[in-house]
Design a protein around this ligand. Sequence first.
Ligand code: PMV
Length: 315
Amino acid sequence: MTPSPLARGEAPGKVILFGEHAVVYGRPAIAAPVTQVRARAHIFPASTCTVEAIDLHQRVEVARAPADDPFALMVRLVCDALQRPLPPWRIVITSDIPIAAGLGSGAAISAAIGRAMLAGFNAHLPNETLSALVYEVEKLHHGTPSGIDNTVVVYERPVWFVRGREPEPFAVARPIPLLIADTGVPSPTRIAVGDVRRAWEQEPARFEALFDEIGDIARQARSAIEEGDIPALGPLMHANQTLLARMGVSSPELDRLVRAALDAGAAGAKLSGAGRGGNMIALVSDDIAEEVANALRAAGAVRVISTTIPPATPI
Ligand code: PMV
């Protein structure tokens, strides 16, 4: 019989609604948690401190792990923040967030480890601190993360995010119904972010102008979300997708899914996250959601998640 855990913690996946990539260069972006998929960490008593990711067939002993092991780094960071020695725990991770798919699985796993450890130590850290620790781990995945992933999975609410600033919770006046469809093509964030950086270095003026346009779209989207004008988001998603494609981060698979969603009646569709592969999102009203989901599967989506970003008032 499996012993019951000493403590547990979890964190959701996330989608970027507007502004990916441009957010790395200081423009605003909007992201929201996806609570249907989650990473979980369970802590069991043990003789040494290990982290096991069953789905990934990975096991690390924290004291012996290399400095760039993300699981061990998160454990060490939490211990340092709380000024505790490594605890004799077996920390077991499970997650149904697809990896390398733009849904923030790395950040969610780190946040789940952090939350479980806080529960295990019976300690508290403010969201701001936990988010900063997850950010340190995110740097291993790609050198220049904007910080949007750690922020949204730790705060678990839609955020208006500008790099280097406190995340701004904002009002979501009406629910935003989305389908999230996975191309099935893994796309490590590091590669797409690195390619955009090289392209920006070669053509700074062109890329700065693209980032500015994306920033304007994010601002318009925020107003529409605050006013509950959900239909206005469709054309804004379309405009954002067009700019992302011009930056070279879409792909034939993403283009196919975007087209299929629009042809089946979605109000808007775009890639979400780093692009090249991973996931896209489509704005769908309830009456056509099933039809659009079927069209996405027929166009090659390996998984379609239906989610609704619930109304929220700023705290
Ligand atoms: O982790 P992903 O694949 O959702 O991508 C993160 C979004 C980027 O803007 C491309 C990178 C970043 O750090 O914000």
